[in-house]
Design a protein around this ligand. Structure first.
Ligand code: PGA
Length: 257
């Protein structure tokens, strides 16, 4: 059984005092037992990761970073390495968010390097985002695009075996649905999640592919969250805007207790 996971992605939002307040509210509202029913995560901006991790250290709340560089160290002004994150005990990461691909030109080659590094460094949860843009959806190329994204990254991971690849969580995030208020409809989500699972099952040993979770992201809100979470093959959610306020995040957690 794949455990469901819900991760909030704050992107470049919120500040230090709100980060502390947010996490303390979550801890105040739930017991450890409640928080353990599903996996809960929050992807927080770099400057607040250290404090966030310390606040939640006794609780099953998984703090994620939103990016890493693919090199270990060196002259890469403005970048953050996996080793730096490990030194503050952050072992969960998002790789390949469509905003990274679009605004920072991260292509599949770069992303594969990041995935391999995160696996080598023994990150525990590696959310890897894929998804088609609006043009690719409209011109019905979306299945090909998604397949290529997987073939050029996941299937090229070094030394594929169960313990290495089970850390990967694939996030299907149609680019046209991110931050746009246009959620994919249940049929579209079911189609793609089934398709991704089928690609994984055909290429990888079943004991390996079956461990990879496939989560959905893109304009999730209080109106659509219930049905999206229950669509076949949806193992969890990656939530942007709707995860920014603590009241909303608490409501999300309540749904799964
Ligand atoms: P959104 O973002 O929920 O604001 O659409 C989702 C994401 O980018 O992960």
């Amino acid at each position: 059984m794949r455990k469901k996971i819900i991760v909030g992605n704050w992107k470049m939002n919120n500040n230090l005092s709100y980060t502390e307040f947010f996490l303390k509210q979550i801890i105040k509202n739930f017991s450890i037992k409640q928080l353990s029913k599903i996996e809960i995560g929050i992807a927080i901006p770099f400057p607040f990761l250290f404090i966030a991790k310390n606040i939640v250290k006794e609780y099953p709340i998984n703090i994620f970073a939103q990016n890493i560089h693919y090199m270990d160290y060196g002259a890469y002004t403005g970048e953050v390495s996996a080793n730096m994150l490990i030194s503050i005990n952050i072992k969960n990461i998002i790789i390949g968010h469509s905003e990274r691909r679009f605004f920072f030109n991260e292509n599949n080659n770069i992303l594969l390097k990041k995935i391999n590094l995160a696996i080598d460094k023994k990150f525990k949860r590696i959310i890897f985002c894929i998804g088609e843009n609006e043009y690719e959806r409209k011109t019905k190329q979306y299945l090909t695009v998604i397949k290529e994204q997987i073939i050029n990254t996941i299937f090229k991971i070094n030394k594929i075996n169960n313990s290495r690849i089970s850390k990967i969580i694939i996030a299907y995030e149609p680019v046209w649905a991110i931050g746009s208020g246009k959620t994919a409809n249940p049929n579209q989500i079911e189609e793609i999640h089934y398709y991704i699972r089928d690609i994984l099952n055909k290429e990888l040993d079943y004991t390996i592919s079956n461990n990879i979770r496939i989560i959905y992201g893109g304009s999730i809100n209080n109106k659509n969250i219930d049905y999206i979470m229950h669509i076949n093959n949806v193992d969890g959610l990656l939530i942007g805007n709707y995860s920014l306020l603590y009241e909303q995040y608490i409501q999300i957690i309540y749904k799964y207790l």
